[in-house]
Design a protein around this ligand. Structure first.
Ligand SMILES: *[C@@H]1O[C@H](CO)[C@@H](O)[C@H](O)[C@H]1NC(C)=O
Ligand SMILES: *[C@@H]1O[C@H](CO)[C@@H](O)[C@H](O)[C@H]1NC(C)=O
Ligand SMILES: *[C@@H]1O[C@H](CO)[C@@H](O)[C@H](O)[C@H]1NC(C)=O
Ligand SMILES: *[C@@H]1O[C@H](CO)[C@@H](O)[C@H](O)[C@H]1NC(C)=O
Ligand SMILES: *[C@@H]1O[C@H](CO)[C@@H](O)[C@H](O)[C@H]1NC(C)=O
Length: 602
C-alpha cells in the first residue's frame, strides 16, 4: 500500500506545494519515498509526483515508476487477480508494464477493467500528453483531490474524495490551450447503455465551476468487474410464520437454521469467501522464508474482531490458509465505560456491591460492575475467541484487548484521526473512524495463563468485515425498509448502499488504517464474492420475516454453521459504535448523522 500524490500545474510558474500532506503520506508508506517532476515546454505543464511505499510483497518497488517511454505511474493498489503477478514480482511494476504497452485509451481501460483488487492511481501518458487517474469499482483505496483554477492536486489523504464512478483523463494539450481543465470520464458500467445518469452530476458537484466533466461519447467504459444485482422478487410470499421480536433460545435458532438447508448456495458462498481470504493473506512480508518456523513468530495478518458473525467467518477462513505455526491477531477495541451514576436505586445497589469481589459481567439491566472495559464487543469477542480455539486448538490466537480511555481518545482525535476522517464529518464518521484507528493500531494487552502482558500487533494486513451487512441485509434499516416496501424496497436499498460504500466508508477506513502503515483488506468486497452475492436473489440472502439474529444475513449464518462456528452464528448485528461503546463516551444526545464538532480541524 502507498501514499501517492500528484500535482498538475498548467501555469509555467514554478509551483510550491504545501508539504503538510507529505507527513500523512509518509505514515502510509514508510519504506520508500520519492518525488519525480515532469516538465513540458510545449504544451506547457508541470506534474510533480510523490510516492511513499509500504512494502508488502515481492521486491520493494520504489515509486513513481517511470518507463523508458517517459510514462509515469503512482499506484496505490493490490493486484489479487485478472493480471498475473507471480510471487517474486511486484504488482506496481507489472501494472506499469501493462499500461506502458497500451497505445489507445480503450487498451488502457481494458487493462484497468481486468485488474481484480483495490486501487487508486495516477498515470501520466507521455504520448498524447494525458493524465489519467481514478479508483477501483468499489473505491477501496482513498483518493482525494483539490482543484484550483490551473492546479489539480491528487492525494491519498486530505481534501475531497474523488468520486469512484470511473477513471478520469485530462487532455493536457487541450487544457493548456484553454487554460481550464476538462475531466473526461470513463465510467464503470456493464455496458455502454448502462451508465448511471447521475455519474456526471456526482462529479460536477465536487469540482469548481471553472472545470467541466464530460462523458466520452465514443462509448468507452470500464467494464464492471461484478455482475448486476439480481432484482427478482419472490412470486409468492414465504409461508414462514412471522416471529418479529420473539426471544428464541439458542436451540430454537439452531433448529431454525437447520431447517433452512440451502447447501448449494452455502457452499458456493464459502468457496468464494475462502478464496477471497486466501488471496488476501498469502504473499506477505513476515512469512519466514527458508528459515525454520518459530512457534512464537509474529502474525502477518490481523482481523478487526468483535466476535460477531462477519469477523468470525473471516477468522475461521483465515485459519484455513495461514500457515499453522503462525499466530493470527484478533483486534478487539473497547472504550471505557463511564462511572455508574448514583441516581437510580439499582445504581446505588451496584455501588454497594463494588467492594466485594464480583464476577465482572454486565447484568440484565445493562449496568456495569468492576470492569469498565467489558463492553458488548469485548464480551462477544471473548466468546468468539473460545469458539475459534475450539475450532483450531493448535493455532495461536492473539486476542488483543485494546482499552481506550477518554483522555487518549481526545488526544489522538485531535492529533491524527480528525485529519484522516476528513472530508467526512458526521458523528458516525467520528465514532467509526476513532474505533477503527485504535483497533488498527493494535496496541493493547494479551492474556497468557491469566497474566496480562502488553502487546502490539505487528501485522501489516488487516482484514475487515465491511460489505457483509450492505450485501446480505444486516442493518436494522433493512428490516424497516422491508416492512414498509417489501422485497422491492429492500433490493433498492441494498443496491443504493453498495453504490455509495466508497464515499461513506471505504475511503475513510483506508485512510484511518493506512495511517499505521498497515493495509486494510476487504474480503466481502472481493469481485467474485460480490458477483456471486449479486447473482443470488435477495430472499436467499436474508429472510427478514425471521427474528433478529437469524433472518438478516441468513445465508452467512448458514455458512457460519457449516464452518463449525457456534453461538456467534446467531448473534444479532451490533454496530461498532455501540459494541465498542464509543458512542456512549461522548455522553450527549447527538444523532449519528449530525455534523461532529469534535472533528473540526481548526
Ligand atoms: C517498512 O517500514 C516499517 C516501519 O518503519 C518497518 O517496520 C519495516 O521493517 C519496513 N519493511 C521493510 C521491508 O523494509
Ligand atoms: C520490481 O519487479 C520487477 C519485475 O519483477 C523487477 O524487474 C524490478 O527489479 C523490481 N523492482 C525493484 C526496485 O526491485
Ligand atoms: C473519447 O475518447 C476517444 C478515445 O480516447 C477520443 O479520441 C475522443 O476525443 C474522446 N471524445 C470526447 C468527446 O472526449
Ligand atoms: C482491559 O479491559 C479488560 C476488560 O475486558 C480488563 O480485564 C483489563 O484488565 C483491562 N486492561 C487494562 C490494562 O486496562
Ligand atoms: C435471479 O434469481 C432467480 C431465482 O433464483 C434466477 O432464476 C435468475 O436466473 C436470477 N437472475 C440473474 C440475473 O441472475
Amino acid at each position: 500500500m502507498c501514499g501517492i500524490f500528484c500535482l498538475l500545474s498548467l501555469s509555467p510558474t514554478h509551483f510550491e506545494w504545501d508539504k503538510t500532506v507529505y507527513g500523512h503520506l509518509k505514515r502510509r508508506g514508510p519504506n520508500s519515498s520519492r518525488d519525480l517532476t515532469v516538465t513540458n515546454g510545449n504544451p506547457c505543464y508541470q506534474c510533480i509526483f510523490s510516492a511513499h511505499v509500504l512494502h508488502m510483497r515481492g521486491l520493494l518497488t520504489a515509486q513513481p515508476v517511470q518507463d523508458d517511454k517517459g510514462n509515469v505511474l503512482v499506484w496505490n493498489g493490490e493486484v489479487f487477480g485478472g493480471v498475473t503477478v507471480i510471487p517474486e514480482e511486484n504488482d506496481t511494476a507489472v501494472v506499469s508494464q501493462c499500461l506502458s504497452s497500451c497505445s489507445s485509451s480503450s487498451e488502457i481501460l481494458s487493462v484497468l477493467s481486468s485488474i481484480q483488487g483495490p486501487w487508486g492511481f495516477v498515470y501520466y501518458q507521455r504520448a498524447g500528453d494525458y493524465l489519467w487517474f481514478g479508483r477501483d469499482f468499489f473505491g477501496r483505496r482513498s483518493l482525494l483531490w483539490k482543484i484550483d483554477a490551473e492546479v489539480l492536486m491528487l492525494s491519498s489523504s486530505a481534501w475531497q474524495e474523488v468520486p469512484a464512478v470511473g477513471v478520469y483523463r485530462i487532455d493536457l494539450k487541450a487544457a493548456t490551450v484553454s487554460g481550464t481543465m476538462t475531466f473526461e470520464v470513463y465510467p464503470w458500467a456493464h455496458a455502454e447503455n448502462d451508465v448511471p445518469s447521475s455519474c456526471i452530476q456526482t462529479i460536477s458537484e465536487s469540482i469548481p465551476n471553472s472545470c467541466t466533466a464530460v462523458m466520452n461519447h465514443s462509448g468507452l467504459v470500464l467494464s464492471s468487474p461484478v455482475c448486476p444485482l439480481n432484482m427478482s422478487i419472490p412470486e409468492s410470499l414465504s409461508e414462514t410464520v412471522i416471529h418479529p421480536n420473539s426471544h428464541l433460545s439458542f436451540k430454537d435458532l439452531e433448529q431454525l437454521l437447520a431447517s433452512k438447508e440451502k447447501n448449494d448456495e452455502v457452499n458456493f458462498l464459502i468457496d468464494a469467501l475462502s478464496k477471497a481470504v486466501r488471496r488476501r493473506v498469502l504473499c506477505l512480508p513476515f512469512e519466514s522464508q527458508g528459515s525454520s518456523p518459530f512457534i512464537n513468530s509474529r502474525a502477518s495478518v490481523a482481523i478487526l474482531f468483535s466476535g460477531g458473525i462477519d469477523s468470525m467467518i473471516l477468522a475461521a477462513l483465515a485459519d484455513r490458509h495461514i500457515p499453522a505455526h503462525e499466530p493470527i491477531d484478533l483486534l478487539n477495541v473497547a472504550f471505557k465505560l463511564q462511572e455508574p451514576k448514583m441516581q437510580t436505586e439499582s445504581a446505588k445497589k451496584q455501588r454497594k456491591h463494588k467492594n466485594k469481589p464480583t464476577d465482572s459481567k454486565t447484568n440484565e439491566a445493562g449496568l456495569r460492575t468492576s470492569c469498565p472495559f467489558d463492553v458488548p464487543d469485548r464480551i462477544t469477542g471473548k466468546a468468539g475467541l473460545k469458539e475459534l480455539q475450539d475450532l483450531n486448538p493448535e493455532r495461536r490466537w492473539n486476542f488483543v484487548e485494546i482499552n481506550v480511555t477518554q483522555e487518549e481518545l481526545q488526544k489522538m482525535r485531535q492529533e491524527r484521526i480528525c485529519h484522516l476522517v476528513y472530508p467526512l464529518d458526521t458523528v458516525l464518521d467520528d465514532s467509526i473512524g476513532c474505533a477503527v484507528w485504535f483497533a488498527a493500531r493494535g496496541t493493547g494487552f494479551i492474556r497468557e495463563g491469566g497474566e496480562q502482558s502488553p502487546f502490539t500487533s505487528s501485522a501489516k494486513v488487516i482484514l475487515t468485515g465491511i460489505g457483509a451487512d450492505e450485501q446480505l441485509a444486516g442493518y436494522s434499516r433493512h428490516r424497516a425498509r422491508f416492512k414498509t416496501s417489501g422485497h422491492e424496497g429492500l433490493i433498492q436499498e441494498l443496491a443504493m448502499e453498495l453504490g455509495r460504500i466508497s464515499s461513506r466508508n471505504l475511503g475513510r477506513d483506508d485512510r484511518v488504517i493506512g495511517d499505521h502503515g498497515k493495509e486494510a483488506r476487504f474480503p466481502y468486497l472481493d469481485e467474485n464474492v460480490v458477483s456471486y452475492l449479486n447473482s443470488v436473489p435477495v430472499w436467499e440472502k436474508a429472510d427478514l420475516s425471521l427474528p433478529r439474529g437469524v433472518g438478516e444475513k441468513l445465508l452467512l449464518r448458514l455458512a457460519a454453521k457449516q464452518l463449525g462456528l457456534g453461538k456467534s452464528a446467531v448473534l444479532p448485528k451490533r454496530a461498532m459504535q455501540f459494541g465498542s461503546r464509543i458512542a456512549k463516551m461522548e455522553n450527549s444526545h447527538e444523532k449519528a448523522s449530525d455534523k461532529c464538532t469534535r472533528l473540526l480541524t481548526g
